[in-house]
Ligand binder design. Structure first.
Ligand SMILES: [Zn+2]
Ligand SMILES: [Zn+2]
Length: 126
C-alpha cells in the first residue's frame, strides 16, 4: 500500500530545453549532446557577435600570442572553453565572456575540432 506513493511521476520535460532557452529563439532543438555543444559553445549563435565576446576573445588570443596553443598555427583561430558553467541560481549557462582566463584557450580550427571530437567539455553546475 505504502509503495503506491512512490509511483514514478512524469519527469519534467523542461529540464534541458529550459536551460538553453536563452540561447535560442524557439525550443525546437532536441537536447542531444551535439546540439547542446553548439548551443553553449561553438558559434554561440548571436552571442558570437556580442562586443563583450569579441573583446574577451581578443584578450585571450593576445595572451596566447595569437596562435594555437597546441600547434602554434596563426590562422583560423578560435577561443575554446575548457568547461561550461551552469549557474543554478540563474538556471542558465554563464555568458561565454564570463569565464576565467584559465578556462579559455586559443586553438586553431582544426585542433579545436579535433579536441571536440575526442573530448566532451565538462559542464559544472555552480
Ligand atoms: Zn592548432
Ligand atoms: Zn571548444
Amino acid at each position: 500500500m505504502e509503495r503506491y506513493r512512490y509511483r514514478i511521476a512524469p519527469k519534467a520535460e523542461r529540464t534541458l530545453s529550459g536551460r538553453y532557452a536563452h540561447h535560442q529563439s524557439a525550443n525546437t532543438v532536441k537536447p542531444d549532446p551535439m546540439v547542446q555543444q553548439v548551443q553553449v559553445h561553438g558559434s554561440y549563435g548571436s552571442l558570437l557577435f556580442d562586443p563583450r565576446w569579441k573583446a574577451r576573445r581578443a584578450e585571450i588570443m593576445a595572451r596566447d600570442s595569437s596562435c594555437c596553443v597546441i600547434c602554434r598555427a596563426k590562422e583560423e583561430l578560435q577561443v575554446h572553453h575548457r568547461q561550461y558553467h551552469f549557474v543554478k541560481a540563474a538556471n542558465a549557462f554563464k555568458m561565454p565572456w564570463d569565464y576565467a582566463n584559465h578556462l579559455l584557450i586559443t586553438l586553431c580550427k582544426s585542433c579545436h575540432q579535433r579536441g571536440h571530437s575526442k573530448f566532451k567539455v565538462p559542464t559544472l553546475s555552480i
